[in-house]
Design a binder for this molecule. Structure first.
Ligand code: G3H
Ligand code: 13P
Ligand code: ZN
Length: 308
């Protein structure tokens, strides 16, 4: 199956009250781990590439890896998405390069400037049949080009105005999640009342949840047991993510859990096999660990198994 846009994927997810997982890709083992999980679970999937992944691997390499993955299993519907597009120029390059979906992240700008930038991307993307995700509100924590000490939750009325004025196809909202491995100091808490209000004001409209890793404690423990210093990392509990998926959230973003799955496995392997130095020896179980984690997420968090 060729790459597809998220339109039909999200319409089905919205109607079926499940979400499609959007997983960040940076190298071959990650692409393979995610794709094999999607294949095993017979699930639609979104592969997303950040500006950092572009810089690390290069757009052509990533695109070719994804093309190779599409050959491996032709039955899984795959969207190729730019994650946190920092500028019009990068969105345009990805659109021209064959991505089927882009995110323009103007969340750090003033409201009006966010609208102007988002609309500029929409005006370029739509005639080329490419989907546009935008962001309103601020997630606490640090992203590559956006950092905010505090959450700025998405205002429901502003969300309606923003979607109407920009024509963006999906909207990332802030309801208490944050990027990275340290999301909550005490109990995890998301503003579900706000999510329900936004959803009610935008019926049928796909929302996106960033910063949605659940930070599995077994990976944190493995990292820490084998020389890491990941400390008291904490993520979004899986049942909260599942609940969000039934409230208009059609796309759930996961990156940190992939990093933890890979690193935990590699740390353990290195510690247990100090004589080994063949990268294939430690990347094989690491890739398998990513696959297992993604398959689990597809089944129990996204609810998208069997929806391909
Ligand atoms: O939201 C951010 C993603 O986790 C991507 O992270 O910019 O370090 O690739 P990155
Ligand atoms: P996590 O850091 O929770 O995995 O969030 C990933 C994300 O939002 C990518 O855009
Ligand atoms: Zn994000």
């Amino acid at each position: 199956m060729p790459l597809m846009g998220p339109k039909d994927m999200f319409a089905a997810a919205y109607a079926g009250q499940y979400a499609v997982g959007a997983f960040n890709v940076n190298n071959m083992e990650i692409v393979q781990g995610i794709m094999r999980a999607a294949s095993e679970e017979n699930s639609p999937i979104i592969l997303q590439v950040s500006a950092g992944a572009h810089a690390y691997a290069g757009q052509v390499y990533i695109m070719k890896l994804v093309e190779a993955a599409l050959q491996e299993d032709k039955s899984v519907p795959v969207v190729m998405h730019l994650d946190h597009g920092p500028s019009f120029a990068m969105c345009r390059d990805c659109i021209d390069g064959g991505f089927t979906s882009v995110m323009i992240d103007g969340s750090h700008l003033s409201y009006e400037d966010n609208i102007t930038l988002t609309k500029q991307v929409v005006d370029y993307a739509h005639p080329r049949n490419v989907w546009v995700e935008a962001e309103l509100g601020k997630l606490a924590g640090v992203e590559e080009h956006v950092s905010s000490a505090e959450h700025v939750y998405t205002d429901p009325d502003q969300a309606v105005d923003f979607v109407t004025r920009t024509g963006c196809d999906s909207l990332a909202i802030a309801i208490g999640t944050s990027h990275g491995a340290y999301k909550f100091k005490g109990d995890a808490k998301l503003d579900f009342a706000r999510l329900e209000t936004i959803s009610a004001k935008l019926p049928g409209y796909p929302l996106v949840l960033h910063g949605a890793s659940s930070v599995p404690q077994e990976f944190v423990k493995l990292c820490n047991d084998f020389g890491g210093a990941v400390g008291s990392a904490a993520g979004v509990p899986e049942d909260m993510l599942r609940k969000a998926a039934g409230l208009g959230v059609c796309k759930i973003n996961v990156d940190t859990d992939i990093r933890l799955a890979l690193t935990a496995s590699i740390r353990q392997f290195m510690a247990e096999h100090p004589e080994q130095f063949d990268p294939r020896a430690y990347l094989t179980p690491a890739r398998e660990n990513v696959k297992k984690m993604v398959a689990h997420k597809i089944r129990t968090v996204m609810g998208s198994s069997g929806k391909a």
